[in-house]
Design a binder for this molecule. Sequence first.
Ligand code: HEC
Ligand code: HEC
Length: 302
Amino acid sequence: MTLKKFAVTFALGSMALLTAGATVSTAQSHVNSPDPLLGTPSVATETSNIDGITGHAESGKHLYRRFCIGCHGPDGNGQGMNAQWIDPKPRDFTEATFKCRSTPTGTLPTDEDLYNAITRGFVTTNMPSWRPLNPQQRADLVAFIKTWSPRWAKEKPGASLNIPPETAITIESILHGRELFQKLECWKCHGPEGHADGPSASTLTDSKGNPILPFNFSTGERFMCGDSNRDLYRIFMTGLDGSPMPSFADVIQPNDAWDLVHFLRTLQVALPNQELTLWQTYKAAHGKDLKPIGPDSAGGAQ
Ligand code: HEC
Ligand code: HEC
């Protein structure tokens, strides 16, 4: 037998093995049917709808068992075998509390929100990007994730935040955003320069009691929940549920929110951007007139 032929024979042999494995798993036709590796989901079955694609929990179950179980666990509660080594901890799907949502705080995310989170992954954490899986597979995973919490059978996702068109990037807009950063006390956690070193930064814990740090704007890292100006707008308007990062939708007017977006970009000193360039030019001329952000500044709470 030539080496090449051997390789082909060997490959076919392992395919046969894989196929045998697949036959065993497809024998379970419902998500809530006994599965040797998975606990019993809370909802018998679920679908998802993402941009014309319908996801099915049954197909998602097989993908979950292969790719997600090690972190999110056989019971979907975030206690997979690898969870003990990971910080922040994998999401507990039985609570249906999610960080990256277009929907109001406390409500369920849309299918698209979950799909986007799975696609994007969570930079700076162990949650990988699942872009290598095709759109149908990612939609199937969304459907399956929803079977872990009874909330999906009882509640509807909240209404997606309406984001008005972006306003012009001007120095007035940035300066107003800076006032909001002071007044709304973003600096108490994120720090006056966005270095994650505000007075509250070291005291924060997530909803599971694990220590958590605010986002550091100066390092050049991407935001977990998307990186466009629209994503940034949505992040602080809806908040990151399960983390101390609150929702500001009730206190910030829609156009004011764009001013805050423009100011936050100036804190991203490691990522060249239009807002930063404008701000640096302004600061070179007027920097000495600017009151530093922090407890002593006018507009601060106390
Ligand atoms: C190596 C570990 C790991 C693997 C494997 C993994 N995840 Fe995660 N996942 C995480 C961590 C950690 C978080 C929480 C990150 C955070 O809270 O900042 C997370 C969060 C999530 C979230 C929450 C999104 C939100 O907005 O809150 C979803 C959904 C998710 N993962 C889906 C999946 C799916 C689907 C798979 C398999 C295809 C998967 N994960 C595989 C570690 C993992
Ligand atoms: C009580 C503390 C606290 C306050 C106040 C706060 N944040 Fe946060 N913020 C956090 C924490 C903690 C995180 C990181 C959450 C995580 O890693 O899951 C965060 C994350 C963020 C992120 C990054 C989200 C991502 O997708 O990576 C942005 C942007 C942000 N905050 C903006 C703001 C703005 C703007 C304000 C004020 C209007 C504000 N924050 C006020 C604690 C706070």
